[in-house]
Each structure stands twice: as C-alpha cells, then as structure tokens.
Design a protein around this ligand. Structure first.
Ligand SMILES: NC(=O)c1ccc[n+]([C@@H]2O[C@H](COP(=O)([O-])OP(=O)(O)OC[C@H]3O[C@@H](n4cnc5c(N)ncnc54)[C@H](O)[C@@H]3O)[C@@H](O)[C@H]2O)c1
Length: 256
C-alpha cells in the first residue's frame, strides 16, 4: 500500500486508458498524483475517483505539445508540492495509418508534436526539480512499435522509436544525478486509443483480438493494469538500480 509514500508523481495523459490506471494505482500506493491531460472533464473525473477513496490528487489541464504550457504547469506543480519525484510520460496519440510515401508533412508533424516533443518538453521541465534533490524516476510510454516494425502506422512507429532512444539517452545523461529513466513497451492494450480501431475491424473486436495477439505467447489483449503495475515498479525505489531499460509488456510478443 505504501510503495510510493511521500512521492509526488506527475502523469501526462492521465485522464484515460493506461495513464488513468497508473494514476489510480499510484494513489493507492500513497503518491500525491498530479493528473494532467488535455481533457479537463475526464481528468477531473480521475481526481474525483482518487480523492473519493482517500487518495491525494490534483488536476492540471496540459497540452504536452506546447512548451509554454508544460513550463507553466510544472512551475505551478513545484510551487504547490515542492518538487517532482516521478514523471510518467504517458500522453500519446496514434495518428493516421499510412506508409511513408502517403504521409503528409502535417500528419507527421502533428503526431511528433505529441508523441516525441511531448516527452521532450515534459522531461526538460521536470528534470531540474530532480537534479536539485539528486533523485528522480521517469517512465516513458513507448510501444512494441518503438522496438520493431510492421505494416501499419508508420509515423507512430518512428515516433515511438524516438521515445525508446530518448529513454536510453536520458538514462545515460542523468544517472550522475541519480535520476533513472526507463520505458514501457506495451503491445495492444484495450483502451480508448484502440477501441475505435478494434470495433471497426472486420469481424469486430473478437477478430481484432485474434489477429492482434497471434504473435503473442499469452493470446489476449492487455488491460491497463497489466502495464500500470510495471510502471509502478519502475517509478518506485524498488527499481533503484534499474535505468535505461526498454521493458516490453506484451504477452510475449517480443520474445518471438
Ligand atoms: N493502447 C495501446 O494498445 C498502446 C500500445 C502501446 C503503447 N501505447 C501508448 O500508451 C500511452 C497511453 O495510451 P492509451 O492507450 O492509454 O491511450 P488513451 O487514448 O486511452 O489515453 C491517452 C490520453 O492522452 C491524452 N492526450 C492526447 N494528446 C495529448 C496532449 N497533446 N497533451 C496532453 N494529453 C494528451 C488524451 O486526452 C488521453 O486522455 C500512449 O503513449 C500510447 O501511444 C498504447
């Protein structure tokens, strides 16, 4: 119950899916959770759900693609809570499903603004707090798509590949300040991000699950808590000697 006692954790994209599951789990483990998201209504729901169970949480509306927004929010969080111990870079979008020769510059840029620059901006503005206290843990949401290629969502693959390398690079740079940086790489997890795609799939969600898990050892779609538990370990002091790790949470997809 107290794995994150006395820690302040900022989570981006915390209004939905895996960000929400992580926020609720962190609160149960004693963290003060800073729920941030573009979506104010859903983000406020998450805070209400946490505080109704006796947890500590506050919502900030935040667009991770805008540096001025990120800088302001993290400054306000620091003023309110004194520091930032944990940063979870979860906000992400999947963008259009096109191959390279069909992608427009605008489609590429809008995806990279959130999935790549969002991680960069949040890390940039959280790290100074961590340097000051000589401690911190950052967990980035990449994907199995950031580790290997396939025939779909090209821009998303490339963006998540950038997050994989941002993780290794920041782990290499910030270790001297006792700041750890790791990433999680889910395969398909049933969240609002993929529900629309799954429902539109020929044969519906049943067929979607069959096709999408065919290369996994454990042939079911993930649920948000499957990933949130891994994020909890990486965020907590239990992983004090773990940094620069790109951890698949994927039912065994990457093992094959
Ligand atoms: N669901 C999957 O199968 C899957 C697999 C691998 C990786 N991921 C990654 O996991 C992370 C979470 O995905 P999810 O499936 O829980 O998605 P989700 O759509 O349920 O939640 C994503 C959240 O990010 C927020 N968001 C989007 N753009 C934002 C912005 N510019 N600024 C702030 N918030 C923004 C959304 O409002 C939403 O609340 C994403 O980075 C995603 O790419 C998802």
């Amino acid at each position: 119950m107290n794995r994150l006692m006395n820690k302040t954790a900022v989570i981006t994209g915390a209004a939905s899916g895996m960000g929400r599951a992580t926020a609720e789990l962190f609160a149960r483990e004693g963290a003060t959770v800073v729920v941030t998201d573009l979506n104010e209504e859903l983000g406020s729901d998450v805070v209400a759900a946490i505080t109704s169970k006796g947890g500590q949480a506050r919502f900030w509306q935040l667009n991770v693609a805008r540096e001025d927004d990120v800088a302001r929010v993290y400054q306000e969080v620091g003023a309110e809570f004194g520091t930032i111990d944990i940063l979870i870079n979860c906000a992400g979008i999947i963008g259009v499903d096109k191959p390279t020769h069909e992608l427009s510059e605008a489609e590429w840029d809008s995806l990279f603004a959130v999935d790549v620059k969002g991680v960069f901006f949040s890390t940039k503005h959280a790290v100074p707090y961590m340097i000051r206290q000589n401690a911190g843990s950052i967990v980035n949401f990449s994907s199995i798509y950031g580790l290997t290629g396939n025939e779909e969502f090209t821009a998303y693959h490339v963006a998540k590949g950038a997050v994989t390398m941002q993780t290794k690079q920041d782990a290499a740079v910030y270790g001297k300040y006792n700041i750890r940086v790791n990433s999680v790489h889910p395969s398909t997890v049933l969240t609002p991000l993929v529900e629309g795609i799954a429902n539109a799939f020929p044969g519906g969600i049943v067929q979607y699950e069959k096709v999408n898990t065919a290369n996994q050892s454990i042939r079911r779609l993930g649920v948000p808590l499957d990933v949130a538990y891994a994020v909890l370990y990486l965020a907590s002091d239990e992983s004090a000697w773990v940094t620069g790790v790109n951890l698949p949470i994927d039912g065994g997809f990457m093992a094959r």
